[in-house]
Design a protein around this ligand. Structure first.
Ligand SMILES: [Zn+2]
Length: 337
């Protein structure tokens, strides 16, 4: 029995520490893209799934999608946008809303954003971050690395700024676009409301406009287009806890080497957006910083990477708790309102 336990422990250790990435960095996808465009829809959770999201479904009909991607353990905006753009867990960044949106500059400089990573690898790259929620440009995207940051607290004007920027001939290597109306409406009316559905539909139109502008700009041939959200919203509005509706989100990817009709693997987390982006641009192969990975079923030629969970045990334990919680569902809701 002792021998068996020892064997099991050894196997576990090997699995955790020594399993090499299944992605060998020699694939067409690694460095195969000139542009990565990330559209982040605040508070949209898994609502991209709805039939009324016609532009979303038009774009990602031949892309790879997962509805049900894990957020960070705290389902607020700051923690999740910070992890999406840096590839590490909330336990590493400590990026509470107040931290991200605080007066001072970036508070977690030891975990660079993917903008920093791209800048280091490509000194001449054009980088842009247009945000409805200015906190992302204040607290997550570093100053002084030449990112064209625009803070526009209105999604229609922001979408227009994006399309104008592209139509004017700008061709960013990394472009992050944050849309905020859905979250505002979610807080005011809840995700079961007609108002929320209407905000999602207006957002769908904006996603379509951005995508079409990228097409006009000729950026889609060598571009990876990705749509995601930081968290969902309770039926009655609000987020921050562990219920399914708050803690499950979406990643949708489209590009020349993306698996058509693929479903990203069930261990996909929001922070994997960082790994996917840096892999596609050929900046970092594996693993991105601490605990992000390129999911399986994302690219045709990448089997998927192993998440280096041993580097973030607290995240691993809390992630396990969240998994149990969201799968047990309702019985626990009264304890975590
Ligand atoms: Zn949010």
């Amino acid at each position: 029995m002792k021998k068996f336990a020892a064997l099991l422990l050894s196997l576990l250790l090997v699995a955790t520490f020594a399993v090499p990435s299944l992605a060998a960095c020699r694939e067409r996808t690694f460095g195969g893209y000139q542009h990565v465009i990330i559209v982040g829809v605040d508070g949209a959770g898994t609502y991209f799934e709805k039939d009324y999201m016609t532009n979303f479904h038009r774009i990602f009909a031949d892309g790879a999608v997962r509805y049900g991607v894990r957020t960070e353990t705290k389902t607020d905006s700051g923690p999740n946008w910070a992890s999406i753009l840096s590839g590490v867990s909330y336990f590493k960044t400590g990026a509470e809303n107040g931290v991200v949106g605080g007066e001072e500059d970036r508070k977690f400089p030891w975990f660079p954003s993917i903008f920093s990573d791209v800048r280091k690898a490509m000194p001449d790259a054009t980088l842009a971050s247009f945000c409805n929620w200015s906190a992302i440009n204040i607290g997550v995207v570093e100053d002084g690395i030449g990112v064209n940051k625009q803070n526009i607290p209105n999604d229609d004007r922001l979408t227009e700024a994006v399309t104008d920027y592209l139509d004017a001939g700008n061709r960013p290597t990394l472009f992050f676009i944050h849309l905020g109306e859905v979250d505002d409406v979610g807080h005011a009316y809840g995700s079961s409301s007609d108002e929320y559905a209407a905000a999602m539909q207006r957002t769908d139109v904006r996603i379509g406009k951005i995508y079409d502008a990228l097409e006009r700009a000729g950026m889609l041939e060598d571009g990876l287009f990705l749509v995601t959200a930081d968290h969902g919203h309770k039926a009655t509005g609000g987020h921050g806890r562990f219920s399914k509706i708050e803690s499950l989100s979406t990643i949708a990817v489209k590009g020349k080497t993306v698996k058509k009709g693929g479903t990203l693997d069930c261990d996909t987390k929001l922070r994997d957006v960082a790994a996917i982006s840096l892999y596609a641009l050929g900046v970092l192969c594996k693993p991105v910083h601490f605990s992000a990975k390129v999911p399986a079923n994302c690219f045709n030629d990448v089997l998927g990477q192993v998440r280096p969970v041993h580097r973030d045990i607290i995240d691993l334990l809390c992630g396990a708790f969240m998994w149990i919680y969201t799968n047990l569902g309702a019985p626990l809701d009264k304890y975590f309102p």
